[in-house]
Write a protein that binds this ligand. Structure first.
Ligand code: CAA
Length: 246
């Protein structure tokens, strides 16, 4: 039977590439999407010609604790078990801290960080009982280094790394690995929304002088999801063209 993976924000730029790569590896992907964009998600499913066995569309508001608890409990009953969770859903609300409203702060913290509790908590118990499970959190180079105009995003992404290490310690004895991937600037709508002159400056800073391809991030996800990665836990794997070197 195919292994099952829940990917949040599956129809977005990064999520699409992750879904595609996992489907190619034979996983059944539970593709969660923000319920308010149902039509868009259905169109995405159709455009990609996925079969119902390959991809199941799954509405999930990752910011809503009660919604996630109920929806994921039902999902577990229906699917039996989820082998891999990819916490990928994320947004930006970039602005300098002086100008940042509390809504811009909260939106990013809720979607990018509080979602980790909302989505992971209802799954973690079953994963520990079953063993050999994977949790992969998509953080960012900007959670490692801090980025001008992203106090909210950098705080959330850095928080994801702390969560990853702490939960890795708790999951280890059950064979549940918890890792993060820290992409650099990647060719998705999120990055294309940056003003062109600023984006050019960012690209110039990247030693490889280009954006990551979404498939290059997805390849890291399929690796960490694999049986071969069973002894890697609590790690953050950077895929950033050299943008942040320690
Ligand atoms: N470091 C230091 N100073 C900087 C700076 C930097 N990196 N970037 C801009 N500044 C300075 C500017 O030179 C400018 O100074 P002056 O007023 O003296 O001219 C001042 O700060 C204001 O800058 P802007 O004109 O850019 O201000 P703005 O209000 O128009 O825009 C901003 C602010 C929206 C934050 C814009 O700077 C921006 O988009 N920055 C890029 C943010 C970014 O990298 N976001 C990543 C999104 S993609 C993503 O998040 C995915 C991922 O994980 C990588």
């Amino acid at each position: 039977m195919s292994k099952k993976v829940l990917v949040t924000g599956a129809n977005g730029g990064m999520g699409s590439a992750i879904t595609e790569a996992l489907v190619k590896k034979g996983y059944r992907v539970i593709a969660s999407y923000y319920p308010k964009i149902e039509a868009e998600a259905k169109e995405w499913f159709k455009q990609n010609n996925y079969s119902d066995d390959q991809v199941r569309l799954f509405p999930l508001d990752v910011t809503d604790t009660a919604y996630c608890k109920e929806a994921i409990a039902t999902l577990l009953q229906e699917e039996g078990y989820i082998d891999v969770l990819v916490n990928n859903a994320g947004i930006t609300r970039d602005t300098t801290f002086k100008r940042m409203s509390v809504e811009q702060w909260n939106d990013v913290i809720n979607t990018n960080l509080n979602s980790l509790y909302n989505v992971t908590h209802p799954l973690f118990g079953a994963m520990c009982e079953h063993g050999n499970a994977r949790i992969i959190n998509i953080t960012s180079v900007n959670g490692l280094k801090g980025q001008f105009g992203q106090t909210n995003y950098s705080a959330a992404k850095a928080g994801m790394i702390g969560f990853t290490k702490a939960l890795a310690a708790e999951g280890a004895r059950s064979g549940v690995t918890v890792n993060a991937i820290a992409p650099g600037y990647t060719g998705t709508a999120m990055v294309e929304a940056i003003k062109p002159e600023i984006l050019e400056g960012i690209k110039a800073e990247v030693p490889m002088k280009r954006l990551a391809r979404p498939a290059e991030i997805a390849a890291a996800v399929t690796f960490l999801a694999s049986d071969e990665a069973a002894y890697i836990t609590g790690e953050t794997l950077s895929v950033n063209g050299g943008l942040y070197m320690r």
